[in-house]
Design a protein around this ligand. Structure first.
Ligand code: 2AM
Ligand code: CA
Length: 262
């Protein structure tokens, strides 16, 4: 089986198991603190995905949230896995969480898959071939005026409430857009932009497994992403992310709210 077909199969199987899962309180643990959760299901799902990938493609590099990277420095493709993106939603709501799998060859995107598990809906894109939700082609919105934009932030305290050098600009932006939403899953928020259901996305802290699948889907749907300096998003480390429905929107927001030169 080629990589995309395998990834699709694994993601759908992982989603079916998660939909059946029942979580006990003693299966929830804190990682860096009480707002950073991991469960038995994050770990088991990542093990399941890793097993499937490494059996079929033993030379490939696997970067996932819950375990150390496999085959780092090898020549194969790199897989970025988030077994559950939106673990807090998984724990508290049992919905609005995703399985996210992105595959790259160095800095060249190959494909991204994001399964909105409980909906259920599979967002996917192969580079150069457009983005889809199940069988439906996706395109970002045509909104370009700040007053028309619906903005999403995955973590409100981290992005808007905590002091940081860009806070003033981001607060002004939050006040001037049409509205601000927080879904609590980077992958699903990038897919919401791809589907034209939100127009702008900001986070100060996103990890490779959070965004390296959704960014391919968003770019294929006509959207654009960068860090707060306007640079290409790094693949291999934690980074702020600014994403929008079009390159013009990204430029406008950077110039008016983030201090970029016009
Ligand atoms: P997670 O559910 O996989 O942890 C909202 O909290 C979003 O930010 C989710 O996509 C979540 O991913 C991610 N997130 C949570 N803690 C984070 C951290 N310490 N660094 C970066 N992203 C984080
Ligand atoms: Ca996760």
């Amino acid at each position: 089986m080629e990589r995309f077909a395998l990834a699709r199969e694994l993601v759908l199987q992982a989603g079916a198991a998660l939909r059946e899962s029942r979580l006990r309180e003693d299966e929830i643990q804190h990682k860096s603190g009480y707002q950073d959760l991991v469960t038995r299901w994050d770990k088991e799902t990542e093990q399941f995905l890793r097993r499937g990938i490494s059996e079929a493609f033993p030379q490939d590099i696997i970067v996932g949230e819950e375990y150390p990277a496999a085959n780092e420095g090898a020549e194969g493709c790199t897989w970025y896995l988030d077994p559950i993106d939106g673990t807090t939603n998984f724990v508290s709501q049992h919905r609005n969480y995703a399985v996210s799998v992105g595959c790259w060859r160095g800095e060249e995107p190959l494909f991204g898959l994001v399964l909105d598990v409980e909906r259920p809906a599979l967002y996917w894109a192969e580079a150069g071939s457009g983005a889809f939700r199940d069988g439906t082609p996706l395109h970002t919105s045509r909104r370009r005026e700040v007053q028309e934009l619906l903005m999403t932030v995955p973590g409100v305290p981290r992005t808007l409430l905590n002091p940081h050098p860009r806070q003033e600009g981001l607060l002004r932006l939050a006040r001037e857009v049409r509205g601000v939403r927080s879904l609590g899953s980077v992958a699903l928020e990038l897919c919401a932009l791809a589907a034209g259901e939100a127009d702008l996305f900001v986070t100060l802290r996103s990890c490779p497994w959070d965004h390296n699948a959704g960014r391919i889907i968003l770019a294929e749907a006509g959207g654009s992403l960068c860090d707060l300096e306007g640079e290409f998003l790094p693949l291999d480390r934690r980074t702020p992310v600014l994403a929008a429905n079009a390159p013009e929107t990204l430029r406008l927001v950077r110039e008016r709210y983030l201090g970029a030169a016009e």
